[in-house]
Every structure is written in structure tokens, then in C-alpha cells.
Write a protein that binds this ligand. Sequence first.
Ligand SMILES: [Mg+2]
Length: 311
Amino acid sequence: VKELALISRLLPLLPTNDYVVVGAGDDCAVLDLGDPESHALFKTDAVVEGIHFTPEIAPERIGHKAIGRCLSDVAAMGGLPIAAVVTLGLPREYDPAKVLGIYRGLGQLAARYQVAVVGGETTTNPGGVILSVALLGHVARDRALLRSGASAGDAIFVTGDLGGSIDGKHLDFEPRLAEGVWLAENFRPHAMIDVSDGLAADLGQILVASGDLGAELLQSALPISRAARVRTRSTPRGKPPHLAALTDGEDFELLFTVPSRVAVQLQDAFRAHFPAVKLSCVGKVVSQPGIRLRSPTGWVTIPATGYQHFA
Ligand SMILES: [Mg+2]
């Protein structure tokens, strides 16, 4: 993944200081601002016309997606959001009504999670619309859920359905904030991430961060979305639905690992607490590196790649 190769070269260039608990490389940075009860979470993300949305997309959905991506990252730490600032780059003579639409969509999702939007900047960008959001959040002190805590033997869970998000979910998803906090408080996952680049790629991040572990996944357990199935049927020689679920990305679901002994209890408690949200156990963490998928015809190796933003 080219983006990852570049990021690994950037990391040594980033200064740090005594406030930093967890620096670059997880879903959010974790900062100690001196509060005895909590740590701060800090995150930025951008959506770019032509990459994350097309020009005809309703401006409200652009705003929703831009802040939703940051909210999803806060959810993946088991935290809650507090406040955001926004930078909007616009082509010259961009319709002011559309600018209001972007802020309306962003503001509606922010308000649903009591997030204040406390500042912003508008600038010109001849190349198209770009919307960048920086988000501050918080999490109970020393309780942030990192990517790096998975152990061999852990059960691997994912919320919701995967694949085919290009048909709408990538714009309209609901960040899993309630689920993330509930998981953190009740089952304290060993590792958690949100699915932005695809199950295989994001699981790969957990496995590498946790010390080059591997995973065995069950094809029959993958929560394949209806959009992925419909898309496969309507696309000649399109990718099979289970591969869409593994690699499409932008699902913004929570992917996490827990000790296998609590897996059944977790399933039952989650179903009782979130009856409308699917939760699937898709496999287990193993010590041998790499991701293997048990398909109807046998074991296959899955490259830990998904949607590549720089491709
Ligand atoms: Mg993330």
C-alpha cells in the first residue's frame, strides 16, 4: 500500500512532546492534558471532490461524510467527540447555497452527537471542493482502545454489513459512537479500528500493530451487504460478494478483537443492547502472520489490501 509506505517515512519527521500518550499511527492521537479522569483524542480527516465524492453529490452528504469519518475514528478508540473545526476549499464562483448545504449536513450530524463546531476557514481551491475536519474528543484515562492489543486466540468481530458502500453507505453511514463506548465500557476489546480501507486491510493494521500476528476468517461468517450482492449480480465479471466485503472499504463499521471466552456473552449482550445492529464473529487471531480465509473450497490467502487512497 503506497499510502502506508509514505506514512512510515513521514513518522520520524513528526515532533512529539510530553502531552502525547499515543502519537500518529492509530485512529486518533491520545493526549494527556492533565485531566485526572480523561485523555483527549485528536483527529483530522479530509474529503476531496473526485476521490471521496463526485461533483453531483448533494452538498449535505459531503458535510455528513467529512465529519462522519472523524466521528468514526473517535468511535474506534472507544471515545466520545467534543468539538470540531472545519476548513473548506472551494472553486471560484462556487454556489453559496451549496456551501450552506455542506455546513447543514455537517452540522446535523455533529449536533446528533452533541459536537460543537467552533471555528473554520474557507479558502479557494481551483481543483474542486475539499473539506477538512479536525475533531477533539475524550476517553476515560488509560482506556483508549488501540490497534495494538490483539492476542493470538482472540475472536474477531465486526459490526454491521460490509461491501458495496460505493452505492451510498460511504456518504450516509452512521458513525458507531454508541456501540464503541458500550464495547469499551462492557467488554474492553483488546484492539479496535474502524473499517475505512476494507476488512482485510484494516484487520491487517491490527495484526501488524499487535506484533505481526495473523488471522483465520470464515467466508460463511462475513456479513456481506445487500449492496455488495446486488452489485455483483449487475456487474459482469464483478468481484464476488465475499471479496467486496473483504476489500471494498468505507464501511465505517467497528472491527475489534476480544478474548474468545467472552465471545458468546458479548454476542448476547450486544444483541440485547443494539437490536438493530448486526454483530458478526468473522474469525480468530492466530500467531502465524497473514490472513487466511476458509472458503467452501478450502483455505485461501487474502492480501491485506483494500481501497488505496493514493492509487
Ligand atoms: Mg480509522
